[in-house]
Design a protein around this ligand. Sequence first.
Ligand SMILES: NC(=O)c1ccc[n+]([C@@H]2O[C@H](COP(=O)([O-])OP(=O)(O)OC[C@H]3O[C@@H](n4cnc5c(N)ncnc54)[C@H](O)[C@@H]3O)[C@@H](O)[C@H]2O)c1
Length: 308
Amino acid sequence: MGRFVRGADREPDGEGPVWVRRTVSGRTRSDLEQAVKESRTVLESVCVVGLGTVGGPTARYFARHGFPTYGCDINPQAAEGLGDTLLQSSTSLAELPLADLFIVTVDTGFRGDEPITANVFRACEAIRARGTPKLVSIESTVPVGTCRRVHQEVFGRRQRLVHVPHRWWAEDEARHGVGQTRVVGGVDEESVRLAVEFYAWAGIPLVPLSDIRVAELCKAAENTDRYLQIAYAELLKMICDENRLDFEELRRGMNTKWNVEVLEARDGIGGTCLPKDILYVKAAAPEVCHLLDGARSVDKIYREHLGK
Ligand SMILES: NC(=O)c1ccc[n+]([C@@H]2O[C@H](COP(=O)([O-])OP(=O)(O)OC[C@H]3O[C@@H](n4cnc5c(N)ncnc54)[C@H](O)[C@@H]3O)[C@@H](O)[C@H]2O)c1
């Protein structure tokens, strides 16, 4: 009797985990019971749902590290885009095997100031219709409370589920890609344990947080921290321009102080993540977020200032 498990040991060259066959014959009864218990929880295959900017590299990462990996995207071009990298990809989860771990990397957004998370709910509904995997990991950025709602409203609380918000950064994938340290929160301790164990096998260190909502806020608040720093640089630049002072000289001077780091003022706060994530933080307690409203106004005025 034996089973395939992903070995915790790594090849000396550090090329990721290796598949090993471990026999459980000849062990004591409690060893066997433990082995059977483990074989129910160990995660051996992955399906990434949403194969876009973040999901594509995520699926490639797990496939490259030797995990049987599947992928799903409602956009046929994204589903086909990974070619032979994956064992199988499809526009429908119904056409794919029930993997042990489903990773959700679909897009989230906002309309006006309101967060839009419909794609996360749709993706999780498709997972629930496919079966009950050992673990679901939501890696998309979501507002506080979303994962608990998904757990209750989509899965009826009968699904192990974690939130491992992605910190992926396109400009430095080697250091800030899929393998970087991330936080994890779960609906229960066992979900977090499974996630920490699995991601560690894949070479991704996870930092457990006690509440899944803290993990949600953590991601959005990290980007909001950056937004505020940039907005402050933009504000100082406009103050300098109004007073015919040299912003770069001010910045150099301020940055000689041990606890100050004024950023550059470039061409406004662009991209999708920062403008979205500041709204996700605001959505958690809009009545106390005047600072965030102020930073968003500064960025708007700064862009107009640049266009003068
Ligand atoms: N792009 C980044 O740099 C970055 C960094 C960190 C976190 N994030 C977060 O990661 C998430 C994904 O962002 P992205 O930039 O990869 O988005 P993206 O638009 O590039 O990709 C999302 C993919 O999900 C697919 N999709 C949508 N609904 C689906 C469904 N129900 N089933 C299957 N596929 C579905 C879309 O067709 C698309 O291909 C977002 O929450 C984003 O905030 C992005």
